[in-house]
Design a binder for this molecule. Structure first.
Ligand code: SF4
Ligand code: SF4
Length: 108
């Protein structure tokens, strides 16, 4: 699967991640990233399609759950979820709340 760097997984998935990259995968250095609360602390960037992970170049990265993340189909094809998200991306200032008001209207 080719990740299109839309950022969805690193913002929304629940996964075990390394805390301090310099320590690597050792006891006491693994934490639970709760995608319901905030983006992963290792996510770099602020634009869908251009996000990256600060851990990818560490030698132990291919032992992490993130490295094993993929989609159902075999083959090295574009992530279908990422394609959908990038196609339907909603600018931050146009997002609506559950009652239909623009978030910017609620800001003081
Ligand atoms: S460690 Fe990297 S790939 Fe895994 S959730 Fe965090 S930013 Fe994403
Ligand atoms: S949804 Fe797909 S393109 Fe987006 S971050 Fe996840 S794997 Fe990458």
């Amino acid at each position: 699967m080719i990740c299109l760097r839309c950022g969805y997984c690193c913002k929304s998935c629940m996964v075990v991640i390394v805390d301090d990259p310099e320590k690597g995968i050792v006891d006491g250095n693994l934490i639970f990233h709760d995608g319901m609360k905030q983006p992963c602390k290792h996510l770099v960037g602020d634009k869908p399609g251009e996000y990256s992970c600060a851990l990818h170049d560490y030698p132990w990265y291919n032992e992490t759950p993130c490295f094993s993340h993929g989609q159902i189909e075999r083959g090295n094809t574009n992530c279908r979820l990422g394609e959908w998200i990038l196609k339907h991306e909603i600018p931050e200032n146009q997002k609506t709340t559950s009652i239909g008001k623009q978030e910017s209207e609620n800001e003081v």
